[in-house]
Design a protein around this ligand. Structure first.
Ligand code: BDP
Length: 643
């Protein structure tokens, strides 16, 4: 009993912390009280190619139809705009681009004053300003995360007009954006044309831009469920779902909260806005390959009723809930108190033509490939991925290390107060968006920052402590490279994540150095911090179809040899404190042009078109073997018959 009380007290304490973020960012879902209208498809588009990139604002392009301001083209949404046309100046464009779409909405959305109409942008790179019928409704700094604005009241001002949505998006990166970058003006008239400037970036992926995720309109009643937070636990075969529902639009409302199992049976219910739901004979959420029934989700249905002098309101929202726990010891990562070994991949949101635009065929293909490979996890290198992808992870039991866009923090000026304040805001937005996903088991606050610099110590202490305070239920990491001087964040993290490229960037061509250097890497980090370690990146470029034996760099044989050599050391260390290995990278991806990149980064084990290189088969064999050893596979999946 005492044990149970302690559990419940813990649940209450941590939920209060998660609640510090008081405005919601619930994923828009249809229900009996909510309608949804996706604005995917063709938008009107114009890049502002004026010398200062500011003509659109100076001439107020949002005030009229974009086509009336000058030449426009078709642009699909969601998609990056860079690879859509044959125009290299648009591919490499820096500055403001303008999108526009006219929408007609059902009349009842306008006539019913008890309806809220919300415009939501899943993500746009990077800074966005949004107008409806020429009036500014919101702006947002940073890509990868959603933002929204209530626009019903504005639409009601002139119900006869169709609703014209204008979105201006600017992909310029500065020392204070995430990721950071710098704009460099080249003033030498002998070398450069007049007004020439470039965007410097410190990360290794193409700086795709545009509206990358769906834009949609959705409705809620005037009194509505603004947010739901759940924190889960279990003891023996009883599960606990501590929850909190935030209501907006009324001081009081009646709530009914019901937890349904997969078959639609009610397993627990309550009439309170917050409390603990007790689930007998709980079905836990398990990772793929760790259990015969991975990714089990309950559905938490929240039913709200409220009234004012004019009307009554009813709102319904259903949140998928997975019941599981996550803990870290000195040497282990525990999911549901069982050791979990990450055998997975690093990904990018990246593909031909659409760039970083959300694409369902690609998403489903990638999940099929990950499952084929026997991967149980991935890291969202180097920015938050679409919520649709995390929902797939929840359902399929794919474990996620959720990374914020803190990549390429290399300049000392990016450790200043303004940068830190923005980084903290981004962590707030990320935790607010992803806190309820059972698949998300750890937050990553940055990738390979120049953490040897003096201000980094305080920067990362503040950032990591802040993230832990936001969400005490998940461990926090930051990703370091193999330079031991870059350990300033290490004292504060729960898990050490290290990227290393022995025999590639260091001692290129010398495969024989891998065992000794990798061994030293693990011993040093563990010796100093006694924290579990994930090899968060390792790999080698392989141009598909390029062969040589003995292996040479850039051939498939060399990539194989690097993988095998790393795996030997992983096999020694995973018996001690190494808790995972994530290949760099799942698939080839586009980068900026440069002398080390032949049409992009070729460290994928799949090509950019998702065909396997030889390395994919090595990884497949290994991952299924690891799954057999560490997981609890049902007999029929013991070994895929293709092996
Ligand atoms: C790592 C970076 C990753 C790069 C990779 C590489 O974290 O973004 O793509 O190197 O160079 O250090 O392939």
């Amino acid at each position: 009993f005492c044990h149970l009380m302690l559990r419940l007290l813990w649940l209450f304490a941590v939920l209060d912390a998660v609640l510090l973020l008081d405005t919601g960012m619930l994923f828009p879902r249809e229900s009996s009280s909510r309608e949804l209208k996706e604005l995917s498809g063709l938008w009107v588009f114009r890049a502002d190619k004026s010398p200062n990139r500011n003509q659109g604002f100076e001439r107020a392009w949002y005030k009229s139809r974009l086509a009336e301001t000058g030449p426009v083209i078709d642009m699909p949404v969601p998609a990056s705009y860079n690879d859509i046309t044959q125009d290299s100046t648009l591919r490499d464009f820096i500055g403001w681009v303008w999108y526009e779409r006219e929408v007609v909405v059902p009349a009842r959305w306008i006539t019913d004053e008890g309806t809220r109409v919300v415009l939501r942008v899943g993500s746009a790179h990077y800074n966005s300003v949004v107008w409806v019928n020429g009036e500014k409704v919101t702006e947002h700094a940073g890509g990868h995360l959603p933002f929204e604005a209530e626009i019903g009241s504005l639409m009601r001002k002139d119900p006869t007009r169709p609703c014209r949505i204008t979105i201006a998006v600017n992909n310029t990166l500065t020392l204070e954006t995430l990721p950071p970058g710098t704009i460099q003006h080249m003033n030498d008239p002998i070398k450069y044309p007049d007004g020439y400037f470039v965007q410097n970036i410190y990360f290794d992926f193409f700086n795709y831009a545009g509206i990358h995720r769906p834009v949609l309109l959705y409705t809620t009643p005037k009194v509505y469920v603004d947010d739901i937070t759940v924190v889960t636990d279990f003891l023996d075969n009883t599960g606990f779902v501590r929850y909190q529902v935030s209501v907006k639009g009324a001081a009081t409302a009646t709530l009914k909260v019901t937890l349904m199992d997969k078959d639609g049976h009610c397993v627990a219910s309550s009439n309170e806005a917050s409390g603990v739901l007790k689930v007998v004979d709980v079905k836990l959420w398990w990772p793929y390959l760790m259990h015969e029934n991975p990714g089990y989700l309950y559905s938490m249905e929240v039913h709200l009723m409220a009234a004012d002098e004019r009307s009554t309101y009813e709102d319904v929202y259903a949140l998928p809930v997975g019941i599981r726990t996550v803990k870290v010891t000195n040497t282990q990562f525990l999911i549901n108190n069982k050791p979990f070994y990450f055998h997975g991949v690093n990904k990018h949101e990246d593909s031909d033509i659409r760039g970083k635009g959300l694409d369902w065929p690609l998403i489903v293909k990638d999940f099929n490939l990950m499952k084929w490979l026997g991967a149980n996890s991935f890291r969202t290198s180097h920015y938050p991925y679409a919520e649709e992808i995390l929902q797939m992870c929840d359902r399929h039991g794919i474990v996620v290390i959720d990374e914020c866009p803190g990549v390429g923090i290399k300049d000392i000026r990016s450790f200043g107060n303004a940068s830190l304040a923005h980084h903290l805001d981004v962590m707030d937005e990320l935790v607010r968006r992803d806190k309820n996903h059972p698949s998300v088991v750890m937050w990553s606050v940055a990738n390979e920052p120049a953490a040897e610099m003096q201000p980094a110590a305080l920067y990362f202490k503040t950032l990591i402590t802040h993230t832990k305070a936001l969400d005490p239920t998940r461990p926090v990491t930051f990703i370091t490279d193999s330079n031991y001087a870059r350990d300033k964040g290490a004292p504060y993290v729960d898990v050490i994540c290290v990227n290393s490229y022995f025999s590639w960037y260091h001692d290129p061509g010398h495969l024989e150095v891998i065992p000794i250097q990798l061994n030293a890497q693990f011993e040093n980090w563990y010796g100093k911090y006694q924290k579990p370690i994930i090899q968060s990146e390792y790999g080698a470029d392989a141009v598909p179809g390029l062969h040589s034996d003995p292996p040479m760099m850039f051939t498939e044989e060399y990539q194989n040899a690097v993988l095998r050599s790393y795996h030997d050391i992983f096999d020694q260390k995973r018996k001690q404190y190494v808790i995972g290995e994530l290949i760099w990278n799942f698939a080839d991806f586009m980068t900026a042009q440069g002398i080390t990149r032949v049409v992009g980064n070729k460290k994928g084990i799949f090509t950019r078109q998702r065909q396997p290189k030889a390395g994919a088969f090595i990884l497949k064999e290994r991952y299924w073997r690891l799954a057999n050893e560490t997981g609890r596979l049902p007999p029929w999946t013991k070994y895929p018959c293709s092996l």
